[in-house]
Design a protein around this ligand. Structure first.
Ligand code: MRU
Length: 352
């Protein structure tokens, strides 16, 4: 039996504007906003109105296409010059998720072979839409592979939001739960709230509740106790950038969960598309880690929860070494015990 899925979508191309689900307003308000300029897109990414590696990439790709449509020139050379500047501008919005740079590069490259500005405009729009279409298919495959790793009634922990609203559709780490609902396979999810920006409580709890998945919210400091007392069977997370050796940057707190998985002897899975791999980086030490405003830590909404003048460290991501990762689940299949060799084997084989 299969049930119908109706998951929230984060971003939509509308020719002269982009429609965006404002994730900062969730779960209280489900509000879609209009992005009409490249500056709107840059702001939406930096302020986390859209977040999650694939969704950031898709939105930036649409932003670049939107801007390109407004170029007032007949020269292809001039068009590509403007495109490169806009690409650079959008690339400055967030540093860690490699999907951002990957998607912008794809859109910019698509215009290179155009012989007229009109053709270049058509190509950039087509490429941006194609990135979104492909990501939906990719996420479905990731979900399918990931679901094969779970048994009926398994209790799985996750952190942050690697769901439908962080991608084109389905999500990465949350895709198996949405598919389990569709296929009537009962699974229980334990979602860590994910301080400081609360993507777990505001977004994952909301998204899984929307699709009827059995989800229980915990605060981040409850993870060890919950694994022990609830008998958690495994942990699955998304990724923002995976180095050639499998070291994985993901939301702050992920590394701690990987260490807990090792201590408890349960599997620790990373679910991510090929576009999240950065094979130009040998290991996790070269992944740039975004540090965000201290206000995310000293305030919840407008309420101050720390003394004035306190010094704050607020890294948005951490890096989990590949030896703590049981498997990386991609659209091309499952990479068990990820290493330079096993990753290259799966990714390069799929390119043939
Ligand atoms: O700061 P965010 O909310 O953009 O961080 C998002 C994550 O860490 C996700 O796990 C990752 O981008 C994968 S989304 C499919």
């Amino acid at each position: 039996m299969t049930n119908t899925l109706s998951l929230p979508r984060s971003v939509e191309w509308n020719e002269s504007y982009i429609t965006l689900l404002d994730q900062q307003q969730l779960p209280g308000n489900v509000e879609y906003i209009k992005l009409q300029t490249i500056k709107d897109v840059w702001d939406a990414i930096t302020t986390l109105k859209v977040r999650g590696a694939p969704a950031i990439g898709i939105t930036a790709a649409f932003g670049l296409a939107l801007s390109a449509l407004s170029y007032d020139t007949d020269s292809v050379k001039e068009f590509n010059k403007k495109l490169a500047l806009d690409q650079q501008y959008l690339a400055s919005s967030r540093p860690t998720a490699v999907n951002l740079f990957w998607a912008l590069e794809r859109v910019a490259k698509s215009a290179e072979s155009a012989s007229s500005v009109n053709e270049a405009k058509t190509k950039v729009v087509h490429e941006a839409i194609q990135i979104q279409v492909e990501d939906e298919e990719t996420c479905y495959r990731i979900g399918d592979h990931a679901l094969s790793l779970f048994k009926k009634k398994d209790k799985i922990m996750t952190i942050c939001n690697a769901g439908s609203i962080a991608t084109a559709y389905y999500g990465t780490a949350l895709a198996p739960f949405h598919l389990s609902k569709q296929r009537d396979i009962p699974l229980e999810v334990f979602a860590c709230e994910t301080r400081p920006v609360l993507q777990g409580s505001r977004l994952t709890a909301w998204e899984l509740q929307q699709s009827g998945v059995d989800v229980t919210l915990i605060t981040d400091n409850m993870a060890a106790h919950t694994i022990k007392t609830k008998g958690i069977n495994g942990i699955i997370v998304g990724a923002d950038r995976i180095a050639a050796n499998g070291d994985t940057a993901n939301k702050i707190g992920t590394y701690g969960l990987a260490l807990l998985a090792k201590a408890f002897g349960i599997p620790f899975y990373v679910a991510a598309p090929q576009s999240t791999f950065d094979l130009s980086i040998q290991d996790g030490s070269s992944i740039p880690i975004e540090e965000r405003s201290p206000k995310e830590v000293t305030h919840i909404g407008d309420t101050q929860i720390a003394p004035d003048g306190i010094s704050v460290y607020n890294p948005a991501f951490d890096v989990t070494p590949s030896e703590l990762i049981t498997a990386i689940i991609t659209e091309h299949g499952i990479i068990h015990s990820p290493s330079l060799e096993s990753i290259q084997k799966v990714l390069l084989q799929s390119a043939q």
